[in-house]
Design a protein around this ligand. Structure first.
Ligand code: F6R
Length: 610
């Protein structure tokens, strides 16, 4: 949510910044801007709309500079327009700042600054911070000191990068609750909110900690806490390359990421699946093994798609291990008074590892003394670092705003975790072997589904006229119904609802008529016959039935207008297969309707505000 990039070195800063913004655009795309220093003068350019608009604006300008900061925005305060776009400057146009996060006390700070005679041109909280830094800078004439003074007045979250025309060979960046990464190149530094803007230049990075500040000069850098104590930063190597953040011949990132799933599922299992022992090895959980043995209850917390994965996790852990599980929206968890007992374990699930609500839930759980684990994709992210232990899903960068491959990788990791926990308890080796085999066969089964993507494309063409969709599933596939509906809403803007199939008759059945497509997830399992009855209920009201069924299920054809087959697998693993046609259905309908699949309106990847 919002992307920041800053550059200091020997290259053309405008080029590096625009390139960085293009790589970060999935984080926010309602406006973009940059500030550079040319011959001691601060120049700022910003534009409403996509980064392409800013590129157009700068095309004909001859700017000679090698230091600058830039931003792509997802609006929180103030409508997306040129004025509210970042960077923001102080009243004397000396300081420029780009900011991710929210300054919660911006109103009182603004009143204080207005009373002192300062003025504001935008409606943003960020401009208040720019002016506040400018106010302290006038007094201290020292950029770092002014930033420290201003940030200590601020309540809320921030990732910031700041320039001063008076100190043109310097960028200062800081974070609290919003990621900041420093790329260490040869005689150059790139600071960004996301490694995607950095790896073209260097894979050596430092992850700033909360309340940490970095000063980048042309030949050196130093890190301190915001309250001015030296810190010891460790250089890490980013574990993915440029090809992972490019489309690689696909029309959209979403499609690329859907098609990557055979590989990402393999990656999630790599070195972890012990088929002959019927077990799983999750090295990241070693420090908490004793806690896992003694756990009385799990609380899984997450948002959006990751929350749907958590719901599948509930079925998996309860069925395989007999351990009670509760699933909580992270946003709710943090604002009530959750009861956490001694042997409870909280698991936070997050693709980005930066979702503000999930991070806050982690902090709340830790404060209450819980052991907190993370199932996270982005290495070094805030949630990964805030948890006591965890498992990376290793799905690689997910750029498409609608989450796809991260979901299936989360499900794989939850299956591995359930297998491990089950084997610690009552699950037999034979049952373990069957499950481990089932997991190991998933990549090839996903490939078989993807080979028939055209069948979904044809269904998408026929149903793209629909204004509503209903998704129904039971047991393990109830969360898949929710996920199918979410994908449809996000990228096609068609209203869609997911329900447990049997709940339909308690209300949503009133919606069924000849215009309502109903997508049933009906694999051959012990509740298959019940789902058939639910399908009958829809058919008798003329609803248009699309079914995701298990291959060789010939009977289903007589109940459905469209059938898409998925390979047979264990019931507990069906969500990993059944969700794929639903991802494709949403994707192809969005393309059919002409929407920008990778940048759906109003959304942004990684929700770093509450
Ligand atoms: C849906 C989607 C969102 C995220 C949610 C949590 O396609 O992308 O619903 O799943 O914002 O994000 P993470 O998993 O990064 O915590």
């Amino acid at each position: 949510m919002c992307g920041i990039v800053g550059y200091i070195g020997k290259r053309d800063a405008v080029k590096v910044l625009l390139n960085g913004l293009q790589r970060l655009e999935y984080r926010g795309y309602d406006s973009a801007g940059l500030s550079v220093i040319e011959n001691g003068t601060l120049l700022t350019f910003k534009r409403k709309g996509k980064v392409a608009e800013l590129v157009k604006l700068l095309e004909k300008k001859q700017i000679n500079c090698s230091v600058g900061i830039a931003h792509t925005r997802w609006a929180t305060h103030g409508e997306p327009n040129d004025i509210n776009a970042h960077p923001h400057t102080d009243n004397s146009n000396t300081i420029s700042i780009v900011h991710n996060g929210i300054i919660e006390n911006y109103h009182s700070l603004k009143q204080m600054l207005l009373a002192k005679g300062f003025h504001f041109v935008s409606e943003t909280d960020t401009e208040v911070l720019a002016v506040l830094i400018g106010y302290f800078y006038d007094k201290t004439q020292d950029l770092e000191e002014a930033i420290r003074a201003a940030l200590s007045e601020v309540q809320g979250t921030f990732g910031v990068a700041i320039l001063s025309a008076k100190e043109p060979d310097k960028i200062v960046a800081a974070r609290r609750g919003s990621p900041m990464i420093v790329g260490i190149g040869e005689d150059e530094y790139i600071v960004a909110s996301d490694a995607a803007a950095i790896i073209q230049y260097t894979r050596q990075v430092i992850y700033l900690d909360d309340n940490e500040m970095v000063t980048l000069n042309r030949e050196s850098y130093s890190t301190k806490t915001i309250d001015n104590r030296l810190t010891n930063s460790i250089i890490h190597l980013v574990d993915f390359d440029l090809s992972k953040i490019e489309k690689g011949g696909y029309e959209h990132f979403m499609l690329k990421e859907i098609f990557e799933q055979p590989q990402t599922i393999r990656d999630a299992c790599r070195g972890r699946l012990l088929v002959d022992d019927g077990n799983a090895r999750l090295g990241g959980l070693l420090p908490v093994f004793d806690n896992l043995r003694n756990v009385d209850r799990f609380i899984l917390t997450a948002c959006g798609t990751s929350w749907h994965a958590a719901l599948v996790g509930e079925y998996l852990i309860e069925n395989l291990c007999g351990i009670p599980v509760e699933v909580e929206y992270a946003s709710e968890f943090r604002y009530r008074n959750p009861i956490i007992r001694k042997n409870d374990i909280v698991i936070a699930i997050s693709q980005s590892g930066e979702t503000a609500d999930t991070l806050a839930a982690v902090q709340e759980a830790k404060q209450k003394g819980a052991t907190v684990l993370g199932i996270v994709n982005v290495v070094g992210s805030s949630i990964a670092r805030a948890t006591d232990a965890g498992v990376y899903i290793h799905a690689g960068p997910e750029i498409g705003v609608a989450s796809t491959k991260a979901f299936t990788s989360q499900l794989v990791v939850l299956s591995l975790l359930s297998l491990l926990l089950g084997r610690m308890r009552n699950l037999s080796k034979l049952d373990g072997i069957q499950i481990a085999r089932g997991i190991s066969e998933l990549p090839s089964k996903v490939e078989q589904i993807l080979e028939r993507a055209d069948q979904i494309k044809a269904i998408a063409k026929e149903f793209s006229y629909s204004r509503n969709f209903l998704y129904l599933g039971r047991g393990y596939n109830f969360p898949v119904a929710l996920e199918g509906a979410l994908k449809m809403k996000e990228v096609t803007y068609i209203h869609a609802e997911g329900y447990p199939s049997a709940e339909m008759k308690h209300g949503p059945i009133a919606l069924i008529d000849e215009n309502m497509p109903v997508v049933f997830i009906a694999p051959k399992d012990e509740i298959y016959d019940k789902v058939i009855s639910n399908i009958e209920e829809v058919r008798s009201r003329k609803g248009r039935v699309i079914v995701i069924a298990t291959e060789k299920d010939e009977r289903i054809k007589k109940y459905a207008e469209k059938v898409f087959y998925i390979p047979e697998t264990l019931p507990m693993l069906t969500p990993i297969l059944s969700v794929i046609p639903l991802q494709l259905l949403a994707y192809y309908i969005a393309v059919e309707l002409g929407y920008n699949v990778d940048q759906p309106r109003n959304l942004a990847k990684s929700v770093t505000v509450e």
